[in-house]
Design a protein around this ligand. Structure first.
Ligand code: AGP
Length: 610
């Protein structure tokens, strides 16, 4: 995934462009570059490394002018070298391109262009686009050259394009990779996401696949690849710009962990009354269809996949709907036996994860209805789904997903209640109890955040450990997976999540005095006693036991080295509370280790490539 920002204005745009790139760095930070157009010339500066490192070397503010664009790279094709850094240009140095995505047929295009005498200098797929546009230009209008070039391109792209001989026009194009157009006063913007330009304008247009935008400082035009003008809705963003800033926290991840009570309250807002869930209208799926669903297939990756596992538990236990959770990256290459009675649910924070988009498109081939549970309005997944349920967590900038995860669980819980009511698998009083339960969650979650001393202590004691095991059962087995992923992602410590009972089938061999073992052990009628037994097994082998338990529990503290308490709640809601100590533990350990927590090595916030 890469970040793109571009501006065409009545005034100098250097500072705004640098600021926009800084806000986009979470999308990729192998290399960074900028291009301005001055006096029918392209002025480009670029380098490998993070923005502040490259800026110190090349001083981007030496570039100035009223039209420019920038790019921060997470490499897909071609190593991390200065030559491969964006922007890329054509043979005559008259066309400059920045790109996010993958050109699937770039090799054939490159071969064809070389055959026509074009000279390439990089190993990237992106450079092909600059030469292809050059090849199509030949006296054409620039937007026609772009359209004709893109008709030959297969694959995903979000593009910014500048022409030295058209210093008043900034062109953008998208197919499968996100790109928004910002409409300002005397200036217009392109960007990979809303927060990066939100401090300059709240008016946004979401480009759709195979559309291009032609911007000047006071006008914009949206065309499809056939050249027909498209009328697009101008969205007004409700977020404040500072919402996407850190608000005083050391890292976005910590801010977003602490935003969870408010995020969940926002997720619930307007969707529940005392006796039922008001959700149907928003979903865009008819009651008859929802009543008749015979099977649910959940498609997701990473943390969103963990949310899907919890959703499976809720939907099967409470709405009695057979549910399966598929890794999107696996499902997209499987011949799934889906029929029209199934509902495919894509869970994605960004709405741009390539594997999840592809899996959703694969499911649609079987004619199934699709529902997106997503955090980003207007993102690709929301636009190819029949129904959408937004998580309303607000912008999640930290690469490690936290508030998006717990709000996904809240949405899945609401969906379960709604389906259970429609299908009469729960009675009125059970539904009232479930609604009362989730109403308490924001305050209960706040209480977990307020009691983080024991978590801090564990981070102090164990931040130097090289491995750890996370164990849980039932609805909290996915929380073991999620807790382990959080630790891996931000601290680079190896951690594995396992069903607690599975430990005996191998992982128990790992237990020794250097192995912290995290147990998710809330008090429930289902598996609590079994988990106590597993804790004993680890204790007998000298493992370090850190347990998440329910306030008032007397048994777990007797056996564990450390006990982190969470409030008592319904079994199906315990995951939302149990994950928070594990998020904080991962954060505090990573902070002790001095990791780049919001931009961990090798990771990107949204994986828009396979
Ligand atoms: C979560 O902490 C990770 N950053 C990653 O696993 C993420 O959940 C995954 O890439 C899916 O992203 P999405 O929810 O935006 O589709």
């Amino acid at each position: 995934m890469c970040g793109i920002v571009g501006i065409v204005s009545a005034k100098n745009v250097s500072e705004k462009l640098l600021n926009g790139l800084a806000n986009l760095e979470y999308r990729g930070y192998d290399s960074v570059g900028m291009c301005f157009v001055n006096g029918n010339k392209l002025n480009i500066k670029k380098g490998i490394g993070k923005l502040d490192e490259v800026h110190k070397r090349v001083n981007f503010l030496k570039l100035n002018g009223n039209i420019g664009m920038g790019h921060c790279r997470w490499s897909t094709h071609g190593g991390v070298t200065e030559k491969n850094a964006h922007p890329h240009v054509d043979c005559k140095n008259k066309i400059s391109v920045v790109h996010n995505g993958i050109i699937e047929n770039y090799s054939e295009l490159k071969e064809m262009l070389i055959g026509k005498g074009h000279n390439f200098y990089s190993q990237t797929d992106t450079e092909v686009i600059a030469h292809l546009i050059e090849d199509c230009l030949k006296g054409n209008k620039i937007e026609n050259a772009v359209r004709n070039a893109l008709k030959k391109v297969e694959g995903s792209y979000a593009l910014g394009i500048l022409f030295a001989d058209s210093p008043d026009k900034l062109i953008a194009a998208r197919n499968e990779s996100p790109l928004v157009i910002g409409i300002g006063n005397g200036e217009n913007f392109i960007a990979s996401d809303v927060p990066s330009i939100l401090s300059h304008t709240k008016k946004m247009i979401y480009l759709d696949d195979r559309e291009i935008a032609v911007l000047t400082k006071d006008s914009f035009k949206i065309l499809n690849l056939d050249g027909n003008e498209k009328k697009k809705k101008i969205h007004t963003i409700k977020w404040s710009a500072e919402a996407a800033q850190k608000s005083g926290y050391k890292h976005f991840m910590l801010k977003e962990i602490y935003e969870q009570p408010r995020a969940i309250a926002d997720t619930l807002n307007g969707r529940i009354s005392n006796s039922h869930v008001i959700f149907e209208k928003e979903l865009g799926l008819s009651d008859d269809f929802l009543k008749g669903i015979k099977r649910i297939v959940i498609l997701a990756c990473g943390t969103s996949w963990h949310a899907g596992l919890i959703g499976e538990f809720m939907l099967e236990e409470l709405a009695k709907i057979p549910t399966e959770v598929e890794y999107a990256s696996e499902f997209r290459y499987r011949h799934a036996l889906l029929g029209k009675e199934a509902l495919a649910v894509a869970i994605s924070q960004s709405g741009e994860t390539a594997d999840t988009i592809a899996a959703l498109k694969e499911a649609k081939k079987y004619g199934v209805k699709t529902l997106a549970i997503c955090n980003v309005m207007g993102s690709s997944i929301t636009r190819i789904s029949d129904g959408v349920a937004y998580t309303r967590a607000g912008p999640e900038i930290g690469v490690a997903s936290t508030k998006a995860f717990t709000t996904q669980l809240a949405v899945l819980y609401l969906l379960t209640i709604m389906l259970a009511k429609l299908r009469e698998t729960l009675n009125e009083s059970q539904i009232k109890d479930m609604i009362a339960g989730i109403r308490k969650i924001p305050l209960q979650l706040q209480s977990v955040l307020d009691e983080d001393n024991e978590i801090l202590k564990c981070a102090e004691l164990y931040y130097n450990k090289q491995n750890s095991l996370y164990l849980g059962r039932g609805i909290n087995f996915p929380i073991a997976l999620e807790g382990a992923l959080k630790l891996k992602e931000v601290s680079y410590i190896h951690a594995e999540g396992y069903p607690a009972a599975e430990m005996k089938h191998g992982p128990i061999a790992l237990i020794d005095k250097n192995m912290p073992v995290l147990f998710i052990a809330p008090h429930d009628v289902f598996t609590y006693k079994k988990v106590l037994g597993n804790i004993e097994e680890v204790k007998a082998r000298g493992g370090i036991i850190i347990a998440v338990a329910t306030h008032g529990d007397k048994e777990v503290p007797k056996k564990a080295n450390h006990t982190i308490f969470i409030p008592k709640t319904l079994y199906t809601l315990s995951s939302i509370l149990a994950v928070v100590p594990l998020q904080l533990l991962a954060y505090y350990i990573a902070d002790k280790l001095g990791r780049d927590i919001d931009k961990p090595r090798n990771l990107a916030k949204s994986v828009v490539v396979e």
